[in-house]
Design a protein around this ligand. Structure first.
Ligand code: FES
Length: 106
């Protein structure tokens, strides 16, 4: 079982059982997590799936591609912890992952 947690800017947490091999964005949208808009459906062209990965999990993720990095710059309030959830593939190693959601995506 792989569990991931999305924490809204209000502090509300959504702990969800995630399926191996799907994107973190898909996990969020399948469970109607507030704050993940995902306008482009995961085609890396909207930045509305923006999340902040908690530092203790950063080493578990593959480095962002140049395309992801460029799109993060289009997100509202980007930070060094920013990632696009459509670019994070769920793997067993990510069990326990916690990401924070921005106050808004648009
Ligand atoms: S869903 Fe559009 S960039 Fe991730």
């Amino acid at each position: 079982m792989i569990r991931v947690t999305f924490v809204e800017s209000s502090g509300s947490a959504h702990e969800i059982e995630a399926q191996d091999e799907v994107s973190l964005m898909t996990v969020a949208t399948n469970h109607a997590v507030p704050g993940i808009v995902a306008d482009c459906g995961g085609s890396l062209s909207c930045a509305t799936c923006h999340v902040y990965v908690r530092p203790q999990f950063a080493h578990l993720l593959e480095a962002p591609t140049p395309d992801e990095t460029a799109m993060i710059e289009m997100a509202l309030d980007p930070s060094p912890r920013s990632r696009l959830s459509c670019c994070i593939k769920i793997r067993p190693e990510l069990n326990g992952l916690v990401v924070d959601l921005p106050e808004r995506q648009l």
